[in-house]
Ligand binder design. Structure first.
Ligand code: MG
Ligand code: ZN
Length: 434
């Protein structure tokens, strides 16, 4: 009892001594793009042992606090990533396609902009290009997510004007920031921002501000070559932002869970979840050493209408999911430049499963087509084969309107409990940083 009291009073003293600088907590805001509950379940089962029912302990099973609605302010319940990221970043709903803008196209102030005004260090890491819908909605204001060059121009100009709401921004996007008509990399380096394009430079960089552009657009899928990229970028961001005197706010996006969902590619999705899980290990270690950090995680929506089990069969073959060696996108690219006679053998080798007559027939039907139609048919054949082998169902190549999980721990985490709307996450975080 005595020791507890002493510890408490020491903590109080330390707290009051540091109150001026450290009243506001660090914020680590994680968004799994497309990470509905289905993806959490898929990842857990994929990591667990079916025979012994030994359940894997994933980072997603700590800190679950609630669920959120995701619908946009549009003529549908189904949101896109721009409207949802705008809600998560600004606390306001908007239309599908909006980047940090209201339905009437007025700019909405984001949690990162509020944080900057309060003296925070700020940043984001994503496996998409840094001007893609999710990260862009935290730093830019534009009527359409698809105008990538214009969004890059807004983000570059902010640095020239000295009002960028990011000190560390890491992801892909070389082709938007290093263009023939405009070389933002050169312009912003002149303003003292380090621009790095090789992941090997991550560990060497010593201070913010820094912009990392590690691929022309998005980074490679985790299942192909991108295994550790999100965790590595996160380590660097935490090292640069969390080195002392100021609090920081960092948004971390597992961008490609959604992309694998759009592709109806279960192995791709599970590996993206694993990449985010590794990233959460890095985050958790930081939180353990720096308890004045609020961790909040959610998804912007779910993608693909994923089901574990299909066609009336009571089975989902997690071991077969883990036996698949590459993404559908990777296989398709190789197959399109290969003699179609070789397709069945090639696919069987990479999914590590003997194809059925129906699978081979679907590949043959795709091979008989021409051009883009052939590419699409091949993609669909591979999605069918991997789904059929693993017992995975998909109902859409787009998003779905189901509620998504919410996670939180650390100071103020009680505000992220129970059932909520996605705007409440943005609103509450803004209240905490402003
Ligand atoms: Mg995204
Ligand atoms: Zn999407």
């Amino acid at each position: 009892m005595k020791r507890t009291l002493l510890a408490a009073s020491v903590a109080l003293l330390a707290g009051s001594a540091m109150a001026d600088d450290h009243q506001q907590p660090n914020i680590i805001y994680v968004i799994g793009d497309g990470m509905g509950f289905e993806f959490i379940s898929a990842y857990r089962y994929a990591m667990s042992d079916l025979e012994t029912k030994t359940m894997a302990e994933t980072q997603f099973d700590h800190y679950l606090t609630g669920a959120a609605m995701t619908y946009p302010e549009d003529d549908t319940w189904v949101t896109d990533s721009a409207a949802s990221a705008t809600a998560l970043a600004t606390g306001e709903k908007s239309y599908n396609g909006a980047i940090g803008m209201d339905n009437d196209k007025t700019s909405l102030k984001t949690v990162m902009e509020y944080a900057k005004d309060s003296g925070y260090m700020t940043g984001s890491v994503s496996t998409s290009q840094i001007n893609h819908a999710t990260p862009a909605s935290f730093f830019a204001h534009h009527p359409s997510r698809y105008e990538y060059n214009q969004i890059a121009d807004l983000m570059g100009q902010q640095i020239l004007d000295g009002d960028a709401a990011y000190d560390v921004i890491l992801g892909g996007g070389q082709q938007y920031f290093i263009r023939d008509d405009k070389n933002w990399a050169e312009l912003i380096e002149q303003q003292g921002v380090s621009v790095i394009t090789d992941m090997q430079q991550l560990e060497q960089i010593q201070q913010a501000p820094v912009m990392g552009l590690f691929a022309p657009k998005g980074l490679p899928h985790a299942i192909d070559e991108g295994k550790d990229s999100l965790a590595r970028m996160t380590s660097t961001a935490l090292r640069l932002l969390g080195n002392g005197d100021k609090p920081f706010a960092l948004m971390i996006e597992g961008s490609q869970i959604d992309w694998c969902g759009h592709a109806n590619d279960i192995a791709c999705a599970v590996h993206e979840m694993d990449s985010l899980n590794k990233t959460l290990e890095v985050v958790n270690e930081y939180i353990e050493n720096n308890p004045n950090t609020l961790f909040v995680m959610t998804a912007d929506h779910s993608t693909g209408g994923l089901t574990l089990g299909r066609d009336g069969e009571y089975a989902w073959y997690s071991d077969r999911v883990m036996d698949i060696e590459h993404s559908i996108a990777y296989m398709r690219e190789k197959m399109l430049v290969m003699d179609a006679d070789l397709w069945p053998r090639y696919v069987a080798d990479l999914v590590n499963f003997e194809l059925t007559a129906e699978h081979i027939e679907r590949l043959a039907a795709a091979s008989a087509l021409e051009g883009e139609v052939r590419e699409d048919a091949l993609h669909q054949a591979l999605a069918y084969i991997t789904g059929d082998i693993t017992g995975t169902g998909w109902t859409s190549s787009g998003h779905t309107a189901v509620d998504v999980p919410v996670y939180a721990t650390g100071p103020h985490s009680e505000q992220f409990r129970g059932f909520m709307d996605n705007t409440q996450l943005g609103k509450r975080l803004i209240d905490i940083v402003r």
